[in-house]
Design a protein around this ligand. Structure first.
Ligand code: NAP
Length: 416
């Protein structure tokens, strides 16, 4: 392929040649709204990379809620975080290193142009005490690439910090490789990153949204640890999908009526009726785990609609670990159940490179699969996000084709 200023989607420039312009899905702050409205395919200049950054040619990307929130501009426009005039979403990618910043070096991965990589979405300063001996997710400059940074993966090229790179599992196609890292690493930290409440063989883990992105990875992590995942879903079809993935059992949340914020505890009638319903749900868990056996860990993310129930059903001394409030941020719970039964409520956010790498190794050695569902071509990227926003997406992780010309390819040499 000759050197040009702009390449079509699926056209690969000569290795290491950086064109001036690229195709990208751009969100302008004045167009926030549903993804079909907010994400527009445009031509933009390629970003400059800093000394510790890397330019990656994006082969495939993944769909996750960051793209939905960025489109909607909720809870805030991403342009308010990064101050760039526009936003390119996309917090998952598989691709090829196209240019290295002048200061990039690594003894573990001696990255070079042409290497095939995955990108994890955790950006940090790299210099503070948390980044050097502490937990980098506590770094004050911690950001999510593609949400709090301007150049995400829904473009032919993206710029990332060198520490965001992981080797692409050679056993995966490009589309499989690009679709899972964000949810997989997040689920890994939720289940392994908060000692002493770390996943152990034989534990019972209640997994909300078992067929969703996070849920599908959580089920596999739990199963790989020799523990029991109990998936909660909204249809029997989704429940059966979770069983095939390795869940011990599933509960259809449509069969229960204990959702939403906690009624006032002093309103004895409303509260009493509510607790009766929650006990029904807890009883259904006991039918799976055994009488009196509550979940050791509740893997939570729906938020407002489910949080009080999560706090009720977690075991004495157990943990409710949450990374989101998809249905609302105003979380409520009966405090007495939490303090008297000494439960832990733990917030969790993405993952460190260490955790992302451990999660990725489990994929490389085949213990965990990307749970890829549908693959969408470039033109359908907004549609895939619209489906996720409306909870009508297929079970698992949706993949997006960017520069990979067709499905089933595994390396750059197969693409060019
Ligand atoms: P997803 O693929 O859409 O899965 C979410 C699941 O939640 C759905 O499959 C749905 O399953 C379930 N759900 C929807 N409404 C529900 C309700 N009212 N009650 C109970 N369950 C409900 O999304 P995801 O990728 O797993 O992400 C979920 C959330 O986590 C998003 O808000 C995302 O932004 C956040 N997240 C945060 C981090 C972090 O690092 N902090 C990382 C990844 C994701 P059913 O309808 O079948 O129950």
């Amino acid at each position: 392929m000759a050197e040009k200023e702009l390449y079509n989607i699926g056209e690969i420039p000569p290795l290491g040649f950086v064109p001036k312009k690229m195709h990208a899905y751009v969100i302008h702050p004045e167009h926030h709204g549903p993804p079909l409205q907010a994400m527009k395919s445009e031509v933009v200049d390629l970003p400059e990379i800093g000394p510790n950054e890397v330019l990656v040619q994006v082969m495939t990307a993944g769909v996750n809620f960051n793209g939905v929130w960025a489109s909607l501009g909720q809870p805030a426009s991403p342009t308010r975080f990064h101050k760039h005039p526009f936003h390119i979403a996309g917090s998952d990618a598989a691709g090829v290193i196209w240019k290295l910043g002048s200061a990039v070096k690594s003894s573990v991965y001696p990255w070079k142009v042409g290497d095939e990589v995955l990108v994890h979405c955790g950006q940090t300063c790299g210099q503070c005490p948390y980044c050097n001996g502490g937990d980098p997710m506590f770094c004050r400059e911690q950001k999510i690439w593609g949400y709090e940074s301007a150049y995400g993966s829904f473009a032919q090229f993206t710029k990332v910090q060198a520490q965001q790179l992981l080797p692409k599992p050679a056993n995966l196609t490009w589309e499989e490789a690009g679709c899972y890292t964000l949810v997989h690493a997040t689920a890994w930290r939720m289940l392994y990153g908060h000692p002493p409440h770390t996943l152990q063989p034989g534990m019972n883990v209640l997994v909300w949204g078992g067929s969703g992105g996070l849920g599908s990875m959580a089920i596999q992590i739990v199963r790989a640890a020799g523990a029991n995942a109990i998936a909660v879903v909204s249809s029997d079809e989704r429940g059966k999908w979770c069983l095939d993935l390795g869940a011990k059992a599933y509960l259809n949340r449509k069969n229960f009526n204990c959702w939403g914020q906690l009624p006032r505890v002093s309103d004895l009638n409303a509260y009493g009726a509510y607790v009766k319903e929650v006990r029904k749900f807890g009883g259904a868990i006991w039918e799976i785990t055994g009488k009196g056996v509550d979940p050791d860990i509740v893997f939570e993310h729906p938020g407002e609609q489910t949080f009080p129930v999560s706090c009720f059903v977690a075991s004495r001394g157990g943990m409710v670990v949450f990374c989101a409030g998809t249905t609302g941020f105003n979380l409520t719970f009966d405090a007495s159940y939490v303090w008297m039964r000494q439960k832990r409520i733990q917030g969790s956010h993405f993952a460190t490179l260490y955790q992302a790498e451990a999660a990725n190794k489990a994929v490389m050695d085949g213990r965990i699969k990307p749970a890829m569902s549908e693959v969408f071509e470039w033109e359908r990227i907004p549609e895939a996000h619209d489906r996720m926003m409306n909870n009508v997406h297929p079970p698992g992780n949706m993949a997006l084709m960017v520069q990979a010309a067709r499905k089933g390819l595994k390396s750059l040499s197969e693409v060019t």
